[in-house]
Write a protein that binds this ligand. Structure first.
Ligand SMILES: [Fe+2]
Length: 358
C-alpha cells in the first residue's frame, strides 16, 4: 500500500531549506529532557598500568609526541575523548631523564601524583616537586612542562576540563618556543612557600585570581587533615570529605573543576544519591564496589571511576580496608547558572536494588 504523502511536507521541506526545525516535531530525546548518555564506568589499574608502561616502546618523546598519556574514553562520548561529558581523566608517565616540553592551553589541568620520586612540573617558571599523593595545579593558560630527575618512572592522574572547554569552542593551545622546557625562575615551589600554610596567609601580596594561586597541595597535609576530620565527622552519602580550596577565597581551586579527598572506613555502605554534577574518582587506596544505576562496579587501588550526571550511586567499602578517594567534579560550571540539583535515594534505606555485576 502506498502511504499518503504528508500534505504539509512542502512546508517542512521549506523549513529545512532555511535550517530551521519545527520544535513540535523534534523528538523528546533530542530536546535533552534527560541529562546524558554518559555511562557509569570503571577503568582498572591492573589493565591500564601495563599499557601505560608499554608507551615506552610506542611513544618517542624525542621526536614527535610530547606526552605519554592514556586518556579515558567513556563509551557515551565516543568518538570524542572524555571520562564524562565535561571532564578528562588520564594517566601520564614520564621516565627517568625525560622532559615533556612546555606548552600552555586554555583547558585547566591538575595532576594527582600516583607513584615515583624525583619528578617535577614547572608552572609559570615555578619548579614544583612531585611526591605521591600531592596535587599540582596548572591552571588555564599557564606554561607547564614536566621532568623526571629520579631513577624511577613517575606516574600521575591528570584531570582536565577539555570536553567542557571544547563544547564552548574556547580551546587554545601554544607550544613553548623551541619546543623545550621553560626557564626556571624559582627552583622551589614558591606558591607553596607563600600560600601553603594552613590557616595563614601573607599579610600583603594577595593576588586576585580566578584560580588558586597555590600550585602545590601536599599529601602530608591533606592526609593528616582527613584523618583528623574522620575522627569527628562522617557524611552518610560521601564518607568524610575535604575539598581542596583556593586559599584566598575558600572557594573551588579552579573555575571549572573542584577536587576532593574522601575517607571511607572499612565496611562503610553509603546512601545513594544523584546529582547533576559529574565526577571522576581516582581510588588512592582501598577495595570495594560502587553501585551505579543498579549495577555493581568493583574497584581497587588506583582504579578510575566515572560517575555520570544524574546517576544514582553509592559506595561499599570492603570490611577489612579503609578507602581513600581523590575526586574531581564539574560542580563549579553548574553553580553559577543554578543548575545544581541533587536527590537522595529514598527507598530501601537509601540502597539501590542490584541488577548485576560489571
Ligand atoms: Fe598540558
Amino acid at each position: 500500500m502506498v502511504q499518503a504523502a504528508d500534505p504539509d511536507q512542502k512546508y517542512y521541506d521549506a523549513l529545512d531549506e532555511l535550517s530551521v526545525l519545527p520544535l513540535w516535531r523534534v523528538e523528546e530525546s533530542n530536546q535533552a529532557r534527560s541529562p546524558a548518555t554518559i555511562r557509569p564506568y570503571v577503568w582498572r589499574w591492573a589493565d591500564l598500568h601495563p599499557r601505560l608502561m608499554q608507551t615506552t616502546e610506542v611513544v618517542d618523546l624525542e621526536s614527535g609526541a610530547e606526552r605519554r598519556v592514556l586518556t579515558m574514553q567513556n563509551p557515551g562520548v565516543r568518538p570524542l575523548a572524555g571520562a564524562t561529558h565535561t571532564l578528562t581523566a588520564s594517566l601520564q608517565l614520564i621516565m627517568p631523564g625525560e622532559i615533556a616540553p612546555a606548552h600552555r592551553h586554555t583547558m585547566a589541568a591538575f595532576r594527582f601524583i600516583i607513584e615515583g620520586q624525583g619528578g617535577y612540573t614547572v608552572v609559570e617558571g615555578e619548579k614544583v616537586p612531585m611526591s605521591a599523593g600531592d596535587l599540582i595545579l596548572t591552571p588555564n593558560w599557564t606554561w607547564h612542562d614536566h621532568g623526571n630527575e629520579g631513577d624511577q618512572p613517575m606516574i600521575w592522574f591528570d584531570g582536565l576540563d577539555v570536553p567542557f572547554v571544547r563544547s564552548l569552542k574556547a580551546c587554545f593551545y601554544q607550544d613553548f618556543p623551541g619546543r623545550q622546557a621553560q626557564p626556571v625562575k624559582a627552583d622551589y615551589p614558591e606558591s607553596y612557600e607563600r600560600f601553603g600554610a594552613p590557616g595563614l596567609l601573607p599579610a600583603k601580596q594577595r593576588p586576585s585570581t580566578l584560580y588558586s594561586p597555590l600550585n602545590l597541595y601536599k599529601w602530608e597535609h591533606a592526609y593528616e587533615a582527613l584523618q583528623r576530620l574522620q575522627a569527628i565527622e562522617r557524611d552518610e552519602f560521601d564518607g568524610t570529605v575535604l575539598e581542596y580550596v583556593h586559599p584566598l577565597t575558600g572557594g573551588h581551586i579552579l573555575p571549572t573543576m573542584s577536587c576532593y579527598l574522601h575517607g571511607l572506613t572499612g565496611g562503610t555502605h553509603t546512601r545513594a544519591r544523584r546529582t547533576t554534577a559529574s565526577s571522576v574518582i581516582h581510588v588512592v587506596r582501598g577495595a570495594g564496589y560502587t553501585v551505579m544505576e543498579g549495577q555493581r562496579f568493583d574497584w581497587a587501588d588506583r582504579d578510575i571511576i566515572a560517575i555520570p550526571p544524574w546517576c544514582w550511586h553509592e559506595h561499599v567499602v570492603a570490611p577489612d580496608t579503609d578507602a581513600i578517594f581523590f575526586r574531581v567534579s564539574d560542580l563549579p560550571v553548574l553553580e553559577p547558572f543554578g543548575l545544581v540539583r541533587e536527590e537522595a535515594y529514598k527507598p530501601n534505606d537509601g540502597h539501590q536494588p542490584l541488577d548485576g555485576a560489571s
